[in-house]
Design a protein around this ligand. Structure first.
Ligand SMILES: [Zn+2]
Length: 387
């Protein structure tokens, strides 16, 4: 928000631009006084009072007196009412839907999961039956909280308009409107988000975004995924679905990826490529590496080295000092010292260079419930009217 009196008329249930800025600040940084918010968000004290009154009367925010030692008048502290909104988040995999129901702070009240229908002969998971299964999952979770205000669904692939699955990587979907039918069945607003984008949204409000306005997310699991946050704004749809980074060359004499590139990042790091090359399941490679098997250790070290280079390249292109690593396979890969060695080597300055750069890499192995929580946070942001 740039001007004190900029007010966008909210859609039903959504917040105005000013109300959203206040709510977002309180959600991300915790309780604050009207005076602090007025300074931080650059709104006049009179406007801030109006915004606070309206948020309090809508039940989104509570204002409580906090005694100040030695001063007669207590301070008025604004804080978000966590239960003011609830959203169901669902993460779809090839075979299952994992659901959570969250409050405004993204805290999970309940979890549930359900099997998705089996794919047809052409490898496509039936859409109508999937919508029915999701609606039932939403219904089960909705019973665990007083009321539900929206639904966020996340899945791997390319999503258009926060509604249509252009390319559903693991479901065999092409141009499937998922939000429309699910909205009809549940009677709730529905947003559909790429799963890594949803995770970036969750990190923006409740993770890396608290300290970094710009950061990248890399997920390593069934495929490589990328999320981008620039100056506090999530990039909703990547122009290349992460292709350019995933296939960046590392070693012209290295193994080939599924697309035939020699020694690209994916050739070392993508689970399918690792399994094809090792002729065994990824978990088995990890187990053997843990037992000291040299060939398996070399595979994991190669993946870790590729990940280190990928993180460094991503950070350099984004001009950030923070990269979040996540995904089912990340713990096994990031445990190898080869990742940190690759990053350190990339950061090492030349003999006459004085500028030093650091790269802060955090590792967050994710369960499917964590992925669903990301979908829920994307849903909360949509319900509140956040971009
Ligand atoms: Zn490649």
């Amino acid at each position: 928000m740039t001007s004190s009196d900029t007010v966008t008329p909210p859609a039903a249930g959504r917040l105005s631009t000013g109300e959203l800025a206040v709510t977002r600040h309180l959600l991300v940084h915790g309780p604050a006084t009207r005076g602090d918010l007025s300074d931080l968000l650059r709104v006049s004290p009179a406007s801030m009072s109006r915004l606070a009154r309206s948020l309090v009367s809508d039940g989104i925010v509570a204002e409580n007196a906090e005694p100040v030692p030695g001063v007669g008048r207590p301070r008025q502290i604004l804080s978000v009412v966590p239960g003011a909104r609830h959203v169901v988040g669902c993460k779809l995999t090839a075979t299952r839907a994992y659901g959570v129901v969250c409050d405004m702070l993204g805290d999970v009240s309940a979890t549930a999961e359900t099997a998705l229908p089996a794919p047809d002969a052409g490898g496509t998971v039936p859409v109508a039956a999937t919508v029915r299964a999701l609606a039932q999952l939403v219904g089960r979770l909705a019973r665990r909280v007083p009321s539900v205000d929206g639904v966020g669904v996340s899945l791997g692939g390319v999503i258009a308009g926060r509604a249509v699955v252009r390319e559903g990587t693991f479901l065999g979907w092409r141009d499937v409107d998922l939000a429309g039918p699910l909205r009809q069945r549940t009677g709730l607003p529905v947003v559909v988000t790429n799963d890594v984008t949803a995770l970036a949204r969750e990190q923006l409000w409740f993770g890396a975004g608290r300290t970094h306005a710009t950061f990248g997310v890399i997920t390593v699991g069934a495929g490589l995924g990328f999320g981008v946050v620039r100056e506090g704004v999530v990039v909703e749809q990547l122009i290349d679905n992460g292709h350019l980074l995933a296939h960046a060359p590392l070693d012209g004499r290295g193994p080939r990826c599924g697309l035939g590139h020699r020694g690209c990042v994916a050739a070392y790091l993508n689970r399918d490529d690792i399994e094809r090359r090792a002729a065994m399941a990824f978990d088995e490679v990890v187990r053997r590496a843990g037992d000291g098997d040299r060939a398996a250790t070399a595979v994991i070290d190669g993946a870790a080295r590729a990940l280190g280079h990928l993180a460094a390249t991503f950070a350099g292109a984004l001009q950030t000092t923070h990269i979040v690593l996540a995904g089912e396979d990340i713990a096994a890969v990031a445990a190898s010292p080869a990742m940190a060695e690759a990053v350190a080597d990339r950061l090492r300055p030349g003999p006459r260079e004085t500028q030093r750069c650091s790269l802060d890499i955090t590792v967050a192995p994710l369960t499917f419930s964590d992925w669903a929580q990301g979908a829920a946070v994307a849903g909360i942001q949509a319900v509140l009217g956040a971009a």
